[in-house]
Design a protein around this ligand. Sequence first.
Ligand code: MSP
Length: 640
Amino acid sequence: MTTSPRTFYLTTPIYYVNAVPHLGHAYTTLIADTMCRYRRLAGDRVHFLTGTDEHGDKIAQAAAAAGETPQAYADRISAVFRETWRRLGIGNDDFIRTTEPRHKAVVQAVLQRLHDAGEVYFGEYGGHYCFGCERFYTEKELVDGKCPDHQTPPTFIKEQNYFFRMSRHQDWLVKHIAEHPDFIRPERYRNEVLAFLREPLEDLCISRPRSRLQWGIPLPFDENFVTYVWFDALINYVSALGGPGAERFDTFWPHAQHLIAKDILKPHGIYWPTMLKAAGLPLYRHLNVHGYWSLGGGKMSKSIGNVVEALALADKYGHDAFRYFLMREMTFGLDANFSEEALVTRFNADLANDLGNLVARATTLIVNFGDPTGDTREALPSEDQQVHMAFAEATHALGLAMEEFAFQRALAAIWEFIGTVNRYIDARAPWVLAKDPTKDKRLQSVLVTLADALCCLGIVLDPFLPTAAARIRQAVGHTAPPRLEAAVLGRLHAIPKVEKLSGLFPRIDAKGEQRSGATMLKGASDQEGAGRSSRISIEEFRRVDLRVAEVVAAEKVEKSKRLLKVTVRLGAESRTLVAGIAEHYDPASLVGRKVVVVANLEPATLMGVESDGMILAASEGNTLTLIVLDRDLPAGAKVK
Ligand code: MSP
């Protein structure tokens, strides 16, 4: 992983204001935010741009339908986008609106440049125009004579307009894409653009007569026309930097990367690079293209009627969880299906169980057994080195995945490490080490490794789960701003001040409700070393009939080293049980004692003796102890 400072400029599409933000918009913007957070974590100089696309027929029509002027309408919806991103914790550096004077000025300057360079001509064109897409279609592009996106027949329009000589840019563009395999990525979209370019490239109509459309940026060289909305919109990526010649432009433009979905591949993969080249501007570095979310499938998802409602689930389940789900569920570049059920499943498995449990277990162990004054400086045992190596591997894989926007792989790498630490706790069993005073040094070094691992997780998870990661860092006393270079396991030599952190992601039950303030630990919240258990509902637990029972007789089961035949009294009833406690209890010592039994188990026959119930005991290593009462209760009393 490189830590040298780099510059990174990332853009999302600017979204049309004819609809409110939905799941698709949120996905692009959230992954852009995650990527920028990751780059900042790595120490890079980052500029993150998003915004709204506010001109054109579509917006004019939506405004008319709402009974508003286009500007008032655009102001209102653009503010909804801005507010939604704020609510979702998006940390964009700039928000561009195409109706802003700073944008209009750059659009007009670029158009003038193109005009002066002979890249624009005036001509007549007759073509199949789709009002939904706001563009002309060639005969070939139509499917059964209809727009492939809107499935509506286009309108044949013949009019005079200005044209950009896009056709002359075909050859170098093909060569550029061939020579820069990651110019458009993943590869499937590069191939798609190359496939478009196997057909002759036509010139692009870049104006609309004012007689037909008012709502646009006037051409600087002919006031009777406004700029075609795509020509206007694409320029936002440079206008937001102040345009060619501005300091911000010089700093960031050479590092530009765009992020879009596959729906707008052609304008970004073909129009935009040819416009840049024709205007004498450098091309962007990478076009990163993701797939489409669809809805459906799963029981709970029936309640999600549309993509707008899907976004509402961010509030229901938490913004971290929503962000996590989107990134974990979609392979970058491919389509994915969204369902509430899948979100809940991932939440419980990955966030509540794997991560939440690890944090609860580890912080509890450190607080209960950690000695901040203890000396832990000793040669690292190989099991601890394995944890260090696992983290080094995870961060390496994370770095490679993030280079390619492969969020799913990035998270899988971090979760691999979470699994390693969970297994490390099980194997090292600090609660057992704690019982042996000669193992104190070993215990402290295990706890340091755990504190270190949590701190590193709190850093590398920052881009993906910003709120939870901050809570983890806080719990282990890491107050400095998170930096990737600080996420190196093996730096800590003493136990830091740690606070217990349970319920980071309270489990969601089948009704979609979170257990409030729940702890992820089994039984009492502080039970040391409690494992990750598979959950049962309170109803399931209530079905278990636990009773106080008095032992009235006990004897060894013939030919068995382990088993005792125990007769107990449950109120008026008496039962015979078989218990595997012969190596720990002398039969005679049991008579008269009160124990706890499971009274409603199916009877089973062990070594020829029928057992009607089970005596509860706890065991760890070689120690076994019966569960007894610390106050007397009559036999038969219910245990709740
Ligand atoms: N205004 C143009 C873009 C101009 S960029 C110079 C536009 N706007 S849009 O509002 O339609 O947004 C399209 C983008 O929204 C997609 O490229 C993608 O980023 C996001 N998505 C919209 N629906 C989506 C899905 N169903 N799934 C994933 N992303 C989707 O096009």
